[in-house]
Design a protein around this ligand. Structure first.
Ligand code: 0A1
Ligand code: ZN
Length: 862
């Protein structure tokens, strides 16, 4: 780091995985009492502490001061060591009582106990509990919780916490209370409470062993009609986890609460999940089909954590992917089972490529089990979650369904009620299956996306084909030299003439840096289909021609590989066009036409297949990103596809209208394809494009159709565009989640003036800096809009830098998550790179910067 830019305060010290030491004190029981008030909440903690090693009792705190401390009923001596409260205890077991006072309404970080829209709620993962009570706030300290909540009855009629509700009543002063007991020992990050004026959608679920579970989804009264889909998802997820993983729910109650201000998607607190309201609320007028799917996936994800995360938790935060990678894999399997598995896989890979691949290739790259962090909140990343899920998926592919299930049974069995490690998971998989996963463990240690080069030679007279594979794992920060990683590659060969598979699909284990595979009895020139189903999270480099890719896009019988062939054809064409400005577009146009005309394909698949890769993804394929050249090529191909196939798009557009407003999978797929067709019609430049989109906007019976029309109009400079955005804002002025779409659609618009629009929107009265969803909708969306963010003036960078500094004063976690787009400076030309770095330096020089932003910015500068 440049010495001149070092902040005045010393750089915060990193926490190292190698420094793990077991806790010196355990806390098997804790009683908590909350006297709730937004300005002044008193919290009393009674901790039964038991010695497990040598040393004083050290309790983590963050912004807390102890009002009173006693040990075994006697006022005690204590000291503060930084943020830790330290008590020298003579014996091996004591009762420590501590009282603190906190101010939830002043808590804008949304960690610990905070106020949101009149409610009081908590977020404790990863280190929020220490903002509520002094405690060994680490996941390997598991306690049984007894909680009393006391509050004003009129203002906070509903009082919820983890576990079972055991008592409630009125106190002599008129305030009311509720007592909750959670019989399962848990780490402090799973503690939760909610108080407020909430309505409930109640239902129940009978488990496989006949236990009745009371289900509740708690929301503001006016949102009650939007909770049906989440409830349906919850019940199907509960049944699915019993059927597929043999996991039954363990408490008599399962509650979900929706809150408007939330740093992440949702939180798996034991028996009391707290959700960002965007992943609970859905009805056809306010939620798109995509929103419906996201609600179901997140509800399932949090529910699945009850086993993968809660019953078996993490020993330390370096093991975060133990619960997150596995749980994402589980929610992906669940969602694949609810609809089209092929389309789900395509969507998951698109997310991985858009969010994780750039992370893996940039200054913030880290292994799925990192070795160090400054602020753990910065490690809730696409790498830990999505690449983590891919690593689990590879084990599933290598072991097969039955052995994988035996491994997961063994894992849950062995580690139930304890805090485990990634190593424990892999060992359970090995022990149950007899598979050696020795070298596979490299996936936990090494960062970076492997590149696999594949070349296929055909010896026609000998009837033999030879596949040569070569693997390179690129250097990443702190890891200059890498070892080759074992990976399963699903492979097939197709006959160029017959159009059929020449041999049954094989799963080839690529075990080293080089490998050759010989195929015998090949009677015609074979075309290679590789990494089918995206069996390994790698980049494949092959020399397949445009003709071969077009062939696969029409003949491959693996839907993912078929999609992939079309994408690769588009990428190759666009990259060529970026370089030459006159690439031959006809193979793409012909392949898209053939896909649109294939009656055997489901509409949802066709919609994915004919969509162009994003400008950002194209940038990722170039040695130095030239955003303007990418935009030129992208617009040219999109316009040509629209214009050349205009009759086809109009035909699809009319044909897909039959999907109507049905919420079934078929209706959803038709709406999706219809929306893609509308986009191409508008992109074709046809004179009636804006009017057609405006007509769809007017007639829309669902948010999906309305939002699709709005996105299509956002590309245009038309009176229809302005009218639709004004109408949308007026119609949904009092619905924050829908207003987020209004901001986001404008921030994502592929237009050269988007930067002006975004700067203006940042001054709009509805742009509230305290709400993370709103920040992500405008600032987060803008920063991934390559053509807008990388405006040659550098205004995009300045805008983001200023936002990061301003948001950091309110909510460091959310500010830190906005930094990575600036960290991609080395991927751009010298002029852009210098402006991006200058912005990072400016942020780093800001006084009073949080640890969160400090870590992201200093690492981004490299
Ligand atoms: N465990 C949650 C993610 C989460 C992490 C941190 C949070 O607050 C700062 C909230 C949620 C999940 O995987 O869903
Ligand atoms: Zn999770």
């Amino acid at each position: 780091m440049d010495i001149r830019t070092q902040p005045l305060a010393a750089a915060p010290a990193p926490v190292l995985r190698a420094d793990y030491a077991p806790p010196v004190w355990q806390v098997p029981e804790i009683a908590l009492e909350f006297d709730l008030d937004p300005a002044r909440t008193q919290v009393t903690g009674r901790l039964s502490v038991v010695r497990a090693g040598t040393g004083p009792l050290r309790l983590d705190g963050d912004g807390l001061t102890a009002d009173a401390v006693s040990v075994d009923g006697v006022p005690a001596d204590w000291t503060m060591d930084g943020d830790q409260l330290v008590i020298d205890l003579a014996g091996d077991a004591h009762l420590v009582e501590i009282r603190v006072t906190i101010a939830p309404e002043a808590n804008t970080q949304l960690m610990g106990l905070y106020a949101s829209d009149g409610l009081l709620c908590t977020q404790c993962e990863a280190e929020g509990f220490r903002r509520i009570m002094f405690f060994p706030d680490r996941p390997d300290v598991l306690a049984r919780y007894a909680v009393r909540l006391v509050a004003d009855r009129a203002r906070y009629p509903v009082l919820l916490s983890n576990g079972d509700h055991v008592d409630s009543g009125t106190l002599p002063d008129g305030r009311h209370y509720a007592d909750w007991r959670d019989p399962f020992p848990k780490p402090s990050y799973l503690f939760a409470l909610v108080a407020g004026d909430l309505a409930v959608n109640r239902d129940s679920f009978v488990t496989g062993s006949g236990k009745v579970v009371e289900l509740g989804i708690w929301v503001r009264e006016h949102d009650l009609g939007r909770t049906g889909h989440a409830m349906h998802a919850l019940k199907t997820a509960m049944a699915w986890d019993e059927r597929v993983y043999g996991r039954e729910y363990d408490l008599g109650v399962f509650n979900i609460v929706a809150v408007s201000d939330f740093n992440f998607g949702a939180m798996e607190n034991k028996g009391l999940n707290i959700f960002n309201s965007r992943y609970v609320l859905a009805d056809p007028d306010t939620a798109t089909d995509q929103d419906y799917d996201a609600v179901a996936t997140v509800v399932a994800h949090e529910y699945f954590h009850n086993w993968s995360g809660n019953r078996v938790t993490c020993r330390d935060w370096f093991q975060l992917s133990l619960k997150e990678g596995f749980t994402v894999f589980r929610d992906q399997q669940y969602s694949a089972d609810q609809g089209s598995a092929a389309v789900k896989r395509i969507e998951d890979v698109r997310v991985l490529r858009a969010a994780q691949f750039p992370e893996d290739g940039g200054p913030l790259a880290h292994p799925i089990r990192p070795d160090s962090y400054i602020e753990i909140s910065n490690f809730y990343t696409a790498t830990i979650y999505n690449k983590g899920a891919e690593v689990i998926r590879m084990m599933h592919t290598m072991l097969g369904e039955a052995a994988f299930r035996a491994g997961s049974d063994l894992y849950f069995d062995r580690h139930d009620g304890t805090a485990a490690t990634c190593e424990d998971f892999v060992a359970a998989m090995e022990d149950a299956s007899g598979h050696d996963l020795g070298m596979f463990r490299l996936w936990y240690r090494q960062a970076g996306t492997p590149r696999v080069h594949a070349a296929l030679d055909f010896d026609a007279p000998g009837g033999r084909a030879r596949l040569r594979l070569q693997q390179v794992v690129p250097a990443t920060p702190g890891q200059p030299d890498k070892q080759a990683m074992p990976m399963p590659l699903r492979i097939a060969l197709f006959g160029e003439v017959s159009g059929t598979k020449l041999l049954p699909e094989q799963t080839v284990m690529l075990d080293g840096a080089h490998q050759e595979i010989l195929f015998e009895g090949i009677g015609e020139r074979p075309v290679l289909s590789i990494n089918r189903g995206f069996s390994a999270p790698v980049t494949i480099e092959s020399d397949r021609s445009a003709a071969d890719l077009a062939f696969l896009s029409a003949h491959d019988d693996d839907p993912f590989a078929r999609y992939e062939a079309m994408q690769q054809l588009m990428v190759d064409t666009l990259v060529d066009d970026v370089a030459t400005g006159n690439a031959d577009l006809t193979p793409v146009i012909a392949a898209v036409k053939a896909t649109l005309a294939d009656p055997a394909l489901e509409p949802a698949f066709v919609a994915e297949a004919v969509l162009l890769p994003s400008e950002a993804y194209l940038g990722d394929q170039m040695p130095v990103v030239d955003p303007q050249a990418v935009t030129r090529a992208w617009d040219r191909l999109r316009g040509a596809l629209g214009a050349e196939l205009i009759a086809d798009w109009r035909g699809v557009y009319a044909g897909m209208a039959a999907g109507g407003d049905s919420l079934e999978a078929a209706g959803k797929g038709m709406r999706r394809l219809r929306g893609v067709a509308l986009g191409y019609i508008v992109a074709s430049g046809a004179a009636d494009g804006p009017a057609l989109a405006a007509a769809q906007y007017e007639a829309a019976g669902t948010m999906t159709d309305r939002q699709t029309a709005l996105s299509a109009l956002a590309m245009t400079a038309s009176a229809e565009r302005d009218a639709a955005f004004a109408a949308f804002h007026a119609r949904y002025a009092d619905n924050g989640l829908v207003l987020d779409k209004w901001f986001q659609t404008q921030a994502l618009a592929p237009r050269s003036d988007t930067i002006d629009v975004v700067e203006r929107l940042a001054r709009h009265p509805d742009f509230v800096m305290t709400n993370p969803n709103r920040l992500r909708s405008l600032v987060g969306a803008f920063a991934v809009n390559q053509r807008a963010f990388h405006d040659p003036s550098g205004r995009g960078y300045r805008f983001l830098g200023e936002m990061v500094v301003a948001i950091d004063r309110i909510n460091p976690q959310t500010a830190a998550k906005l930094v990575p787009p600036l960290g991609r400076w080395s991927r751009f030309d010298a002029a852009r790179g210098a402006m991006m770095r200058a912005e990072l330096e400016r942020v780093l020089g800001t006084e009073g910067l949080s640890k969160d932003v400090f870590e992201q910015v200093s690492k981004s500068l490299g």
